[in-house]
Design a protein around this ligand. Structure first.
Ligand SMILES: Nc1ncnc2c1ncn2[C@@H]1O[C@H](COP(=O)(O)OP(=O)(O)OP(=O)(O)O)[C@@H](O)[C@H]1O
Length: 687
């Protein structure tokens, strides 16, 4: 049966009309030059033209993926839900099964589960597709294209816009697709706009638009076109038309000295298709379902996302903040005849000054887990320090004990010599700040302990052996503060900020780059719905990540958590929200994952450095200190510290500043995101 019997000359309502359409990507890249196009309702319109002439751009303008610079587009279908669009790229979720793909788009179009099932079965049979449980990414290129075609047909739309649907499809199926399209037009009064590279295939269309140099050279039925140019095929007709246009353009170029007039109206033309509503519960549910499918199919990625923070927290607790053990220290003790091994036979208590007191002091150092390595003289011990075999050298003179006793007994009358010989001499490798400070602390504390014990054993007041400074109980924290207690709040804040950022960028950029996001937007999803559904998933994932991190840091390990848990969780929630909003900003600003990676990494290190995580802000250069506090996790980390270690409440400025800072950053990131979306007219990649 010849479906091409529809009389296109009769007055039919117009499904799509373009008037004086202008579009360019740059001054030298003008795509549409005052193009006029009329697509009658209930017909198949074949859009033909050489590669790169702007067919896809024209379709993008009709479905709202792109905007005209000037001119007018009228689409009778009005709503996005009445249009079926098959983009040139495959734009399908590779991990989904065919049924999951259909379910997602069916839900977006508001179809019931039964209707989706029925339409899927029909389309699978018609398009000769494999079982609906087949995974899209494992199909052949041609099969993927047919699934993409099935998605466009799923909701039986009034207007069907197909960008090269028959590429990679075998000729028999291609013929049946054309037959189906013609039937839809004849029996269902549907309008189809189709682009193809196979010119002879387009012969079946009711109307043909031949596009070249941003204009339609002709717009009539294939038969009329061939008759007018007295050709037996469309290719020749197109050639004739192209020659004609070329000759007329040369004339005009000479007249205008190559200057092209380009209209620049004050207001951009209206977008032809509108959303039903900006936020529909059904479409959010469809998005959530899609996200759930994605997580189900990407279990490895989800496990990685959940386990990464836990593993990092474990590693942090195991590696950071614990004092080094078994540090080697050289000892040169000239008062011991049998070396320090002989100390073991001597009593470590009592008030007998005929025994060497240096043994008792060395015993204190050993109790603090130092490994004492004996050397015969200072020179050889210093060489060992230089070679980094030991971290320092402790030296006792041959008259150490007698001189120390004289120093204690004679006090202010002790001789200069006894004062000198009673000193323990220490030389340290100070290249490692933490280790050298630790040795210094232990050498001093160990000495006080040793002397107090001697005083006690001799019946003298032990307090006399102490330096006259009394350290009271710590007001916050404890008198032996741990580095990990200082850094734990920064670690959790950093994760809380960066994990949502990475997840958001990954999810949105993946959809954006594969054209999936645009396909959903053309199908009627609004940016607000994309953001809301992502937020829901993000917060479920973040809650699990936070719970696991808190368990490791504050339950399994003893990092302080003294303040109100509600405020602590709220602070973490806001930090996560600002990380997510940062992710939104990065994903709308970057078109490739490489750019996003650079942006993420480029911000990570400055943020980590300036957040006061590694070093207190008070110790930074004043310029950085005055900038550092503005950054997203600086004040929130301080707030977390104030809440967890000091149990301060929201009324304290340090606490509420962190909340304000996070809220401010959320607003800033969202504002920039909206600006970029507005400037780019949506969430599209540059290509
Ligand atoms: N976002 C963009 N930014 C800059 N130039 C673009 C953009 N999109 C398309 N172009 C350019 O516009 C021109 C027309 O591209 P378009 O994809 O519309 O052509 P086409 O006729 O559909 O080609 P084909 O038949 O090969 O698909 C090309 O030169 C392309 O490089």
């Amino acid at each position: 049966m010849d479906m091409n019997v529809i009389n296109t000359t009769e007055e039919r309502p117009v499904a799509v009309r373009l008037r004086d359409a202008y579009k360019r990507f740059s001054v030298s890249n003008v795509i549409l030059r005052g193009l006029n196009m009329t697509v009658p309702e209930g017909t198949v319109y074949g859009l033909l033209g050489p590669s790169g002439c702007g067919k896809t751009t024209l379709l993008h303008c009709i479905v709202g993926r792109s905007e005209l610079d000037s001119g007018e587009i009228q689409v009778k279908a009005k709503k996005k839900a009445n249009v079926g669009y098959m983009p040139q790229e495959i734009a399908l979720y590779n991990e989904f099964s065919i049924m999951e793909t259909m379910t997602y788009y069916g839900r977006l179009f508001g179809l019931s589960a039964a209707k989706i099932e029925q339409r899927t079965n029909e389309l699978l049979t018609f398009l000769e597709l494999p079982a609906k449980s087949s995974i899209v990414g494992r199909l052949s290129g041609g099969q993927e294209r047919r699934v993409s075609f099935a998605v466009a047909l799923l909701h039986d739309p009034q207007l069907l816009i197909l960008d090269e649907p028959t590429v990679g499809v075998d000729p028999v199926l291609s013929a049946s697709i054309w037959e189906h399209l013609l039937q839809m037009a004849a029996n269902g009064n549907k309008t189809v706009i189709i682009t193809t590279h196979y010119i002879e295939e387009a012969r079946q269309a009711h109307t043909i638009g031949l596009m070249r140099n941003g204009q339609l050279l002709a717009e009539e039925s294939p038969a009329q076109l061939m008759l007018r140019y007295n050709c037996s095929n469309l290719e020749h007709a197109f050639l004739e038309l192209s020659k004609k246009q070329h000759t007329s353009t040369i004339g005009r170029e000479d007249e205008n000295c190559n200057i092209e007039e380009y209209p620049m109206p004050k207001q951009k033309p209206m977008v032809p298709l509108q959303h039903d509503t900006n936020c529909s519960f059904k479409r959010i549910v469809a998005q959530l379902m899609k996200n759930f499918y994605w997580m189900k199919r990407n279990k490895a990625i989800m496990c990685f996302l959940l386990l990464l923070p836990v593993v990092q927290c474990f590693l942090f607790c195991l590696c950071i903040g614990r004092d080094p053990h078994g540090l080697k220290v050289a000892v040169v003790d000239e008062e011991l005849e049998n070396g320090i091994s002989g100390c073991h036979q001597l009593p470590s208590t009592g008030c007998n000054f005929s025994l060497p007191l240096s043994c008792r002091y060395l015993h204190q150092l050993q109790r603090r887990t130092y490994k004492l390595i004996e050397y015969t003289n200072i020179e050889s011990a210093k060489i060992a320090v230089k070679r980094n075999k030991v971290w320092g050298l402790v030296y006792f003179s041959s008259n150490y004990t007698s001189s120390l006793v004289e120093r204690i007994m004679e006090n202010k009358d002790a001789s200069e010599l006894s004062m000198e010989l009673s000193e323990v001499n220490i030389w340290q490798d100070m290249s490692n700040q933490y280790i050298s400070n630790l040795i210094r602390r232990d050498v001093l504390d160990g000495y006080i302990e040793f002397l107090q014990k001697v005083f006690f054993d001799c019946g003298w007041p032990p307090r006399l052996a102490n330096i006259p400074i009394e350290l009271g109980d710590a007001v916050y924290g404890n008198n032996n503060p741990s580095f990990s207690h200082f850094t734990a709040p920064a670690i959790i804040s950093l994760f809380e900020f960066y994990l949502p950022m990475v997840f958001t960028v990954g999810a949105i950029l993946m959809e954006k780059m594969a054209g999936l996001l645009e396909r959903s937007l053309v199908a009627g999803v609004s940016v607000l719905e994309v953001v809301l559904s992502h937020m829901v998933v993000q917060f479920i994932v973040l809650s699990m990540q936070t719970t696991l991190m808190m368990l490791v840091l504050f339950v399994l390990y003893d990092n302080p958590l003294k303040g109100s848990l509600v405020w602590i969780l709220l602070m973490l929630f806001l930090t996560g929200a600002s990380g997510m909003c940062y992710g939104f900003m990065v994903s709308v600003m970057c078109d490739t994952d490489t750019a996003a990676t650079f942006m993420g990494l480029g911000s990570f290190f400055p943020l980590a450095m300036l957040s006061g995580m590694m070093w207190p802000l008070e110790g930074m250069h004043w310029i950085l200190r005055s900038v550092g506090w503005i950054l997203p996790i600086t004040l929130s980390t301080e707030t977390f510290r104030a809440l967890s270690a000091r149990a301060w409440t929201i009324s304290h400025p340090t606490v509420y500043k962190g909340f304000f800072s996070s809220l401010g950053w959320i607003c800033f990131f969202l504002f920039v995101t909206m600006l970029v979306i507005k400037r780019n007219n949506g969430l599209r990649t540059k290509k």
